[in-house]
Ligand binder design. Structure first.
Ligand code: FAD
Length: 394
């Protein structure tokens, strides 16, 4: 039977690529996803798993905060299977934290972000491991999600709509025609060690911190800024809700429960090589120091592990910590004269569905498809179904 659907080739199966595969497949595209490792093996499988309420960004990055408010509510509805039924607190344990409270409450109001002040004595009954120095606390709508389950739930849903996933397939080259239109990719299958070409009507670059390398294959410079962070997993579940320091964003200012552990995060520094993010001992010590100011027992508890990944942020001047957490879609036909090629960088795991909607709107419009996005209202398939819905052979 002749192929009637427009075809889309997505490079990179992190949250961004997988959520985009789901959205485009629902709108009628035949989608193939190429991933050089396993699904979620880039940054996405290695996040804290903090379902952001937006509170962390309500003072300095209000656009990101407002996006988080909306997407938090949507993910709690469509991805209940991957999210703990917990919430979060911003806590003050010293004078500098107390001084930040005014900016925080003002920022929350400006972003229509629901917060509620909780008396320290009351919170200590809910979270008894918190520092007895607790001075002030606000409840926010943060939560904990399981990163891999969330990625596989989006992937199962994409597969149910016909998307195909090709793990261990690394894009080595983009194929351009004489009019500088991208028409496919040359791919190295890392399992079979074979090389193969994939053709498509449109190619979408969601390769995270590696997106700059993919764009460079078409002679395009993409302003992606890798900003790595290190996280420490501690052997005991020392809190039930996410705990944030009530202060400017900084190292070691988040502690969140993940299964039977807590994870302390994170740092923010410049990457020299995105394929090798070093674990810097001083950063680990710094996070333990900072974390134990909020939960003193952290200092006496064994580490389960230390892990790291790198944020694919949009390059701008200034300190990496303060780069915006919003996303940007590039239609390279408009920006660089290279047709059939889009890139999506920036954002957060929490906002991946909205990011996918944004790029899918643009790609669909290019193909004259006016199907509306439906991903905000339909519950995702079980992550377990990913392996039941088919196994593609590259
Ligand atoms: C330390 C840290 C903690 C974080 N914590 C949170 C959090 O708690 N909550 C939250 O909402 N967000 C969090 N984030 C942000 C979030 O994790 C990222 O925004 C998100 O995972 C990025 O997803 P992505 O799909 O864009 O990139 P990735 O997940 O990196 O996906 C890109 C994929 O492209 C693949 N790829 C690369 N090159 C090729 C190639 N040539 N061919 C084929 N495939 C290729 C890679 O293997 C990778 O799997 C955190 C980020 C960091 C760094």
């Amino acid at each position: 039977m002749p192929q009637t659907k427009p075809t889309a080739l997505i490079i990179g199966a992190g949250f961004t690529g997988i959520a985009t595969a789901y959205d485009l497949a629902m709108r009628g595209f035949q989608v193939d996803v190429l991933e050089r490792g396993e699904l979620g093996s880039g940054t996405s499988g290695r996040t804290h798993g903090l379902l952001h309420s937006g509170a962390r960004y309500c003072v300095h990055d209000q656009e990101a905060a407002v996006e988080c408010v909306a997407e938090n509510a949507i993910l709690r509805k469509i991805a209940r299977q991957c999210i703990e039924g917990n919430s979060g607190y911003f806590i003050a344990v010293n004078e500098s934290d107390l001084a930040f409270a005014e900016s925080f409450t003002r920022g929350a109001e400006q972003c229509s972000l629901p917060i509620a002040e909780v008396p320290p004595a009351e919170l200590l009954t809910v979270e008894p491991m918190l520092s007895p120095q607790l001075l002030r606390a606000f409840r926010v709508n943060d939560g904990t999600f399981d990163p891999l389950r969330l990625a596989y739930a989006f992937a199962a849903s994409a597969r149910q709509h016909g998307a195909r996933f090709y793990p261990y397939c690394e894009v080595e080259e983009l194929l351009l025609d004489q009019s500088r239109r991208v028409v496919g990719a040359s791919v190295w299958n890392r399992v079979t060690d074979q090389r193969q070409q994939y053709q498509a009507d449109v190619l979408i670059n969601t390769a995270g911190v590696w997106a700059g390398r993919i764009a460079a294959m078409a002679g395009i410079e993409l302003p992606v800024k890798p900003v790595p962070g290190v996280m420490v997993a501690v052997e005991k579940r020392l809190c039930q809700n996410t705990i944030n320091r009530l202060n400017e964003p900084g190292d070691g200012d988040i502690i969140l429960p993940q299964r039977r552990m807590v994870v302390i995060g994170t740092t923010s520094f410049d990457a020299v090589d995105v394929d090798y993010i070093p674990i810097i001992r001083e950063q680990v010590e710094q996070m333990v120091d900072q974390g134990s100011e909020m939960i003193p027992a952290i200092r006496q508890t064994a580490h389960r592990g230390v892990f790291m990944s790198s944020r694919p942020l949009i390059k701008a001047s200034g300190d990496a910590r303060n780069l915006a957490r919003t996303c940007k879609v590039y239609d390279h036909e408009k920006s660089d004269g290279v047709g059939g090629f889009f890139s999506l960088i920036g954002g957060k795991a929490t906002t991946c569905r909205a990011m996918a909607e944004k790029i899918s709107d643009m790609v669909s419009a290019r193909f004259g498809i006016d199907a509306a996005c439906q991903t905000a209202r339909i519950e995702l398939e079980s992550y377990r179904k990913f392996f039941q819905f088919g196994t593609e052979q590259a």
